[in-house]
Design a binder for this molecule. Structure first.
Ligand code: 4AD
Length: 461
């Protein structure tokens, strides 16, 4: 008989009342009381199904009930409606096939483990409720992002992972080489001409520059893929490998860009609330009791738009409460961002028009000559979720900036062609996908929204 997935069964169970069905999955619990046993069977759906195993009916009863949690089974039986019980139906087993035993040291037994302990077992942790909810929401929100952009005629482009340019100019890049480092060390110098690509290359920190070239062909594009940063920020919000989603839009200024960001975030939240109610309810109960209220609050309210200069004035008034100094020109620290979003506004804040000296070379210079048309989206509990800007579309101004920052003009000539041939007002942003998942789940550490987190000084498997 064909197997039915438990997620589908949960939607259609009434049509199977008193009918024979087959389900497969792993035992979350096995309770045996001599002549009758109950297996909580999970096949990856957030909710498990209860299997009733009666001794008289199941030939291999003794073998089945002595199995350990984590064992896998294929169960054929009759679906029984149980309207008065906690679960609306259960399966009365008629045949159970043991597919795979589970060793006695299976780590997810009855005891509740700390999230830090679970982090040490990346292979197993997704089999519990917490990571099932988190990684389902990760998947559903990624799909929602694709759906949102697809419905709006954006073209999904795949930008290179290995690159010879540093988009952000911050120098936090992982080098890629096939040179024998022992030989390099003993020779005392690096000859990149002998390296695989014949030049120095790294893993990308952002697909933006490559993408902009494609945006000037399609008008609207987005990339969504892995990004790598070798910054030594050992915080709960930084990973060395993370996913970034970067839309880029021609004929679009900074205000229209903010409209797009706000609409996209609300769309994704609404989609996740619609598709993952059980997961959100669980997270709201066990991880962050304010989660659902916060998500609802976000979709129902307009985001704040505030300039960096006005934000600094507000922060200066309460500067004694911060560890890091606040004055015009400094990069905002997480404590400053959190004050604005969590205490003053209690909602997402677009912070715009930052000093040019703390932002990347490609951002459009404002008329004051001091600030650029940058926009960061700050959200409560996370801080910076999105970084973006209107791009500098004027070739002369962009060249000035490249020279001012001592970047090599020839390294960017391919990129500058976008400004030579049909330049236009255009804008884009990068959303840190793990930070979005943290926001959607209430999880406070980036290591718990990535399956195999890579952070400074730490890599498993
Ligand atoms: O602000 P960032 O550096 O922007 C860019 O890279 C632009 N080129 C994007 C663009 O305009 N197309 O990074 C964008 C976002 C941040 O707002 C943050 O959410 C996330 O990427 N991010 C990180 N997430 C996890 N770990 C890290 N180390 C991150 N660094 C940035």
């Amino acid at each position: 008989m064909q197997r039915i997935e438990i997620k589908d069964l949960q939607k259609t169970y009434s049509t199977y009342a008193d009918k024979q069905i087959t389900v497969c999955g792993w035992a979350r619990t096995i309770r045996d009381s001599k002549n009758i046993a109950f297996i909580e069977l999970n096949d990856g759906a957030f909710k498990s199904v209860q299997i009733v195993v009666e001794k008289g009916k199941i030939a291999n009863y003794d073998e089945i009930v002595k199995q350990n949690v984590g064992a896998s089974f294929c169960v054929a039986g009759k679906l029984i409606l149980t309207p008065t019980a906690q679960q609306p139906f259960e399966i009365n087993a008629e045949n159970i096939q043991l597919l795979g035993e589970s060793a006695t040291d299976y780590p997810l037994q009855k005891k509740r483990h700390t999230i830090e302990f679970l982090r040490t077992m990346p292979t197993i942790r997704a089999r519990g409720n917490l990571f099932n909810a988190v990684f389902r929401i990760r998947s559903v929100s990624a799909f929602a992002i694709h759906k949102y952009f697809n419905e709006r005629n954006f073209v999904y482009v795949h930008t290179p992972i290995i690159t010879s340019n540093d988009c952000e100019g911050a120098g936090d890049m992982f080098q890629v080489t096939t040179l024998d480092l022992n030989k390099v060390a003993s020779s005392g110098k690096v000859d990149y001409g002998k390296d695989f690509f014949g030049t120095k290359v790294s893993l990308t920190v952002s697909g933006q520059l490559h993408e902009e070239c494609l945006t000037h062909a399609f008008g609207k594009t987005y990339t969504f893929g892995p990004t790598f940063r070798a910054e030594k920020s050992n915080t709960t919000r930084h990973a060395a490998e993370f996913w970034m989603m970067e839309p880029e839009i021609c004929f679009c200024d900074i205000n229209e860009l903010m409209d797009n960001e706000e609409e996209m975030i609300k769309y994704v939240i609404n989609y996740v609330m619609k598709e993952c109610p059980d997961e959100l309810e669980f997270l709201n109960k066990f991880v962050d009791t304010g989660l659902i209220a916060r998500l609802k609050n976000i979709v129902e309210n307009k985001f704040v738009r505030l300039t960096y200069t006005d934000a600094i004035k507000m922060l200066e008034k309460v500067k004694d409460r911060f560890t890091f100094p606040v004055k015009w020109g400094v990069d905002l620290q997480s404590e400053h961002e959190r004050y604005l979003t969590e205490e003053v506004y209690k909602k997402p804040v677009f912070l715009t028009d930052y000093p040019k000296d703390i932002k990347a070379f490609y951002m459009r210079l404002n008329d004051d000559g001091k600030t650029v048309a940058a926009v960061d989206l700050l959200v409560p509990g996370i801080g910076e979720l999105i970084g973006g800007s209107q791009r500098e579309e004027r070739l002369d101004k962009l060249l000035d900036r490249i020279h001012e920052l001592n970047l090599k003009e020839e390294d960017y000539s391919w990129y500058l062609d976008t400004r030579r041939y049909g330049t236009n007002v255009h804008s884009g942003y990068g959303l840190g996908f793990e930070r979005l998942v943290m926001y959607l789940t209430g999880i406070s550490n980036i290591r718990d929204v990535e399956l195999y987190p890579r952070t400074v000084g730490s890599i498993q498997n």
